[in-house]
Design a protein around this ligand. Structure first.
Ligand code: GLU
Length: 635
């Protein structure tokens, strides 16, 4: 599966200190958010009467009635000109207002991200990292904002005095786990290339909401409860921000203000990313990392300075599948490689029977899927790591997607389950005998899909890794209440540098290295016409790979619309038990899988898919996951 041909990446100058303001804003928004579908009416995001400002953007705080919690049916949203899909209605609305004001998909993504930092602080933010894919009508570009290990980190980062890996939770709740944040710098570069509105305007929604306050959503409230004894309430800033004097989380609907975040965002808005990577904010990040009460980290401000001065563009991997080209993120993400491997393997063994029975994937297809997943995860756990440090097998990641290689892998799938799959030997040229990455939990993260009026598309997955990252916050040196969360992305490295047989693990910690990810922001193109077909992705740790694959198959193989595809029950295999979404599969499917030798378990599998697809009539249709709080808005 060859990579999509891209021209050479032009060089770029250092960004430090450079003014960021680019093109002037287009016409300001006139009154009117066109609310699409009953669901939006339920949310009541209907603020109108936007007064103009001389800066072109006139952000209106929408009404914020209570958001339903749990599994909430969503209608799917049709639009004709543009659409914005994000995990929180306030974030979606911010992106909507930016496009309304003439902004591009990247402009909207930046505004969405800044609002997510405030309103979905458990999942992503300026203290974390992100991957962004961009389609400009002729070319896909990938922007890599993944965090990096500090320059002083080494493979013993997460080992205790006896040389044993720390318990995972202790590694998370430490200063050791904090990677040098990448989101702000990466977004600034994407804005330089694809921005239309001034950078400073994109921060208006988030700074306004941070100052005026927003209503705590049921999901945020639930997670404040779930994480109160997981270190979150021990952090002085988080405790003061999220909890009352008795240490009880503020209730759903409580108006939460975050003055420190508002100040930090204003600085970044006015000065550009240099305000984050140099000066008081950078010093405050380093201070929190180095003064962690239990396990301090070793990050220094030079790590932040260095992060800013790089080219964030990388070549995406575009893989042919049926009549489509599925474009995804290259390593350090394992997401696209695993998805493309599974899709390729399934083409060889696809069940001849219809794959959907009354809206549920049938057992034959699920068997093939679970086996393809085992094979893909075996390769993922063996080979995939930061390509700046680890060579791909056969000197190219494409060896993992080679048609003959995948045919050989598919031939390993039989009537009964193969049990634990072993990695293959793609490229036949593995010089180093690598060890197998142990399974490690991860959760959190947020996905954003946007198509603007010009047809540019963004697919961005963004994370601080665990819920509320490493559970500590910084006020960015403002001295004001509140702040933003520090990530724990470095626990996406293997905590142990070697496996049981003493072989080095590709994804071990090394100085300046990026941890392996599962994030899979995806853009699908029509191969013949070269036109946009869909933008999608999900949070969910390694489950991201399965959720995104499910939505791809649902939309593009089974003919479902984006909402129907997202609604399909989730299923996963990480080269172990076959995991089904609790209560969504009939007993006969479970029994049929067990009869083929699968160990079947049920679990919540809380995906957070967002997707926007082009419809046959040239319009757009968006879906948001009923398992989380996302919505789509458009016009
Ligand atoms: N940190 C994870 C990754 O980059 C994502 C975490 C999650 O989605 O739960 O793969």
């Amino acid at each position: 599966m060859p990579a999509r041909e891209l021209g050479p990446l032009p060089g770029r100058a250092s960004r430090s200190g450079r003014p960021l303001l680019t093109a002037a804003a287009r016409a300001p928004s006139s009154c009117g958010l066109l609310l699409i579908g009953v669901f939006l009416l339920l949310f009541g995001l209907g603020a109108c009467d936007a007064p103009g400002t001389e800066r072109g953007i006139s952000y209106q705080v929408p009404d914020q009635p209570e958001i339903a919690t749990g599994y909430t049916e969503k209608p799917g949203w049709a639009a004709s000109e543009f659409a914005v899909a994000a995990a929180n209605p306030l974030a979606t609305d911010a992106g909507y207002q930016i496009v309304q004001a003439g902004g591009s998909a990247v402009d909207a993504a930046i505004a969405v991200q800044m609002v997510l930092t405030l309103v979905e602080p458990q999942s992503s933010g300026i203290g974390g990292g992100a991957f962004l894919m961009h389609w400009d009508g002729s070319e896909v570009t990938a922007y890599n904002g993944r965090e990096k290990a500090p320059s002083s980190a080494n493979e013993e980062l997460f080992l205790d005095e006896a040389g044993e890996p720390l318990p995972f939770g202790e590694a998370v709740r430490s200063g050791l786990s904090v990677g040098v944040p990448g989101t702000v710098a990466m977004l600034a570069e994407a804005h330089e290339r694809h921005g239309v509105l001034d950078w400073s305007q994109l921060f208006e929604p988030a700074t306004t909401l941070a100052e005026k306050g927003f209503r705590i959503s049921p999901r945020l409230h639930g997670l404040l409860e779930a994480y109160e004894d997981e270190g979150l309430r021990d952090d002085d800033i988080a405790r003061t921000l999220y909890y009352d004097e008795e240490g009880t989380p503020h209730p759903v609907g409580h108006i939460l203000r975050n003055p420190a975040l508002a100040q930090v965002l204003r600085q970044i808005a006015e000065e550009g990313p240099v305000a984050f990577y140099h000066g008081a904010v950078a010093e405050a990040i380093v201070d929190r990392v180095r003064n962690h009460p239990e396990r301090p980290g070793s990050m220094v401000v030079e790590d932040l300075h260095t992060y800013l001065d790089q080219d964030f563009r990388v070549e995406p991997i575009c893989s042919p599948w049926r009549s489509f080209e599925v474009c995804g993120f290259p390593p350090p993400s394992s997401g696209h490689l695993a998805i493309a491997q599974m899709l390729g393997i399934l083409e060889e063994v696809d069940s001849p029977t219809p794959a959907l029975e009354e809206g549920i994937p049938d057992a034959d297809w699920l068997h093939a899927y679970m086996e393809a997943a085992r094979l893909a995860f075996a390769d993922r756990n063996h080979y995939v790591a930061d390509p700046a440090y680890v060579d791909p097998p056969g000197d190219s990641w494409e060896t993992l997607l080679d048609a003959d290689y995948l045919r050989g892998r598919a031939a390993l799938i039989g009537e009964g389950s193969m049990g634990e799959a072993q990695p293959g030997n793609p490229g036949q040229a593995t010089a180093v005998a690598l060890g197998t990455h142990p399974g490690q939990p991860d959760r959190g993260t947020s996905h954003v899909s946007i198509v603007d009026r010009q047809g540019n598309a963004v697919s961005m997955t963004t994370t601080i890794e665990s819920g509320f990252g490493n559970r500590t916050m910084t006020d960015g040196g403002t001295g004001a209440p509140g702040g933003f969360h520090l990530n724990n992305e470095l626990t996406d490295f293997s905590l142990t540098p070697i496996d049981d047989e003493g072989r080095p693990i590709a994804n071990r910690v090394e100085p300046g290295k990026r941890p392996r990810s599962s994030m899979a922001p995806t853009l699908v193109l029509d191969r013949e016409a070269g036109e946009f077909v869909a933008s999608l992705g999900s949070p969910g740790g390694a489950g991201i790979i399965h959720y995104t694959a499910k939505a791809l198959v649902g939309m593009l193989a089974w003919g479902l619309n984006a909402q129907e595809a997202i609604d399909l029950p989730n299923f996963a295999n990480y080269n172990g038990p076959s995991v089904l979404e609790s209560g969504r599969f009939p007993a006969q499917v479970i029994e049929a899988l067990e009869a083929r030798g699968h160990e079947v378990t049920e679990s919540e599998l809380t995906s957070g898919l967002q997707a926007i697809q082009r419809t046959p009539d040239g319009g757009l249709f968006g879906g948001a996951d009923p398992r989380r709080e996302g919505i789509v808005m458009g016009q």
